[in-house]
Design a protein around this ligand. Sequence first.
Ligand code: GLC
Length: 530
Amino acid sequence: MLYQIYPRSFQDADGNGVGDLRGIAQGLPYLNELGVDAIWISPIFPSPMADFGYDISDYTGIDPLFGSLEEFDALLAAAHEHGLKILLDLVPNHTSDQHPWFRESRSSRQSAFRDWYIWRDPGPNGGPPNNWMSEFGGSAWEHDERTGQYYYHAFLAAQPDLNWRNPSVREAIHEVMRFWLRRGVDGFRVDVIWHLLKDAQFRDNPPNPGFGPGQPPHRAVAPLYSADQPEVHGAIAELRRVLDEFPDRVLIGEIYLPIERLVAYYGRDLAGTHLPFNFALLEVPWRARDIAKLIDDYEAALPPGGWPNWVLGNHDRPRIAGRVGPDQSRIAAMLLLTLRGTPTIYYGDEIGMPQVAIPPDRVRDPFERNVPGLGCGRDGARTPMQWDATPHAGFSRVEPWLPVAPGFARDNVEGERLDRASIHSLYRRLIVVRRRLPSLLVGHYRPIVATGDLLMFVREHESERTLIGLNLGGETIAVRFSDQQLWGEIVVSSGRDREGELVTGRISLRGNEGVVIALAPDAIVPRSIG
Ligand code: GLC
C-alpha cells in the first residue's frame, strides 16, 4: 500500500506556510497507525517552483524550502524505523531552465551540453519546428533569441525536455538514481515516463478527432509522435537495470495511456516498471457496469506475472470526494482496498478531504494560470492536510500557501480518529482486514454482479473467499442468492454498524453502503450474474 505525500501540503514544521521534511517526519506515527507500507513524496529537490518542484535545478539536493540533505537522511532513517519505505519522485523527462545543464546548453550552439536538450531550427516559415503542443498551453517550442533555435518543452517553457537519445543524459540520470538509492531510498515514482522519447523525425502530430470545446488546447492534436514511442521501453529497461543494482527497490511509472498501451510498460519479460500506474479509476464513470468492465479489461490485459495497481487520486486530478461525493468516496475506498493489486492512497483522501474551490487571487497552479477557466487547475486537490480543528487545520502556524478546506473543523485527523463511524476509521479497518485476509492481499478476482448500482465481486485464495458488495447509488438494493452461496460474516461495513453480522442467502444494502463479507469455508461462490 502506497501513500502519496504532496510535501508542500502535508505538515509545515518551520512555520512558513509550506510543508517540509520535518513535517513529514512528524506525520510518520500517523502513517504507521493508518497502516500504509510506503510513502511516495512528490519532488523535494532544489527548484524555482515554476511547477512546484517538477522543474528541478539540482537532482541531488533538497530545496531549502523543504529542509536539508541531513533532514532527509533523518526522515529516511525514521521512516525505516517505523517500517515505512520511502519512494522519491524521479523527474527525468525535463529539468528546470535554471538547471546548470540547460544554462550551459542554451549558451551556444557549440556548447558541450547543447545536445542534452532538444534543439531544432525554426520551421520553413520561421515558426516552431512542428505542431507539438505544451500540456500547459501553447506551442511546445520556445524560441531562443541568442542561438536562433527552438527548444522543446512538453510542459512549461521553464521545463525544457532532456534529450533521451543522448547517452550522456541517460548516464547522468542513472547516476542521480544511484545517488538516492545508495542513501537508502526504496525506489522511485518516475514522472511522465511515457514522454521520455519523441519521434526521431519530429513529425507533426495528427489532429485529435475527439477535440471539442471545453478541452485544454493541447488536446487539439493527438500525441502520436511526441510520446509513447517504441524506443521508450529500452530507456526504461535501463532505468530498471540501475534500480536492480540495489536489492528490494521499486520502480513505478506515471503513465496516462489506454489500458492496452499502459501494460506495455511492465516491459518485455517484466523488465520495465514494476508498477505502471493504473489511473483508470480517475476517469471511469461512477457506474457499476463501467467499473466492472474496466476491472475486467485491466485484469485481461495484464501480462503474465504483472502485478496490478489502482489509484483513486493524485496531485494532478480532482479529489475523489469531489468527483463522487462524500458518501460514495467511502465506497471508492472499499473498492480501492479490495481490488487485486497495490493501492495508492492520496494524502487526505483517507479523511475525506474535498476538492476545494480556490478563489482567483489564491490560484498558484501554472496550468490554471496559463489555461484559465476550463477547470484544469490542480490547486483544489493540493490543499493543506487537515490535522485538527485549530486555525489552519493544524497544518501551519501561519496562513498556508493554499487555503485550507472550509470544512476542516469537522473533517480532520484528530476528530476522525476518535469517531468510529468516520471515513478514516473505515480506511483503517479496511487496511487491517486486507492485511489479515490472503484473499484480499493476493487472491484472484472474480466478477459476480454489475447491474444498476450494484457491484459485487469475490476475491479468492485457496479455500479462503471474500465477497465485496458495493451500492453505488442512494437507494436500498436487496440481493438474493441461495443460502449456501451467500453465507458468511460481514467483516467490514461502510458505516461500521453491520460488522459481525451473519449473512445467509440474502443481503440488503442501504443507499451508499458497502460490505466486505468473509465467506464461510463451505459457501459456494456465486456464479457471475448480470
Ligand atoms: C507530471 C506531474 C505533474 C507535473 C508534470 C510535469 O504529470 O505529476 O504534476 O506538472 O508531470 O512535470
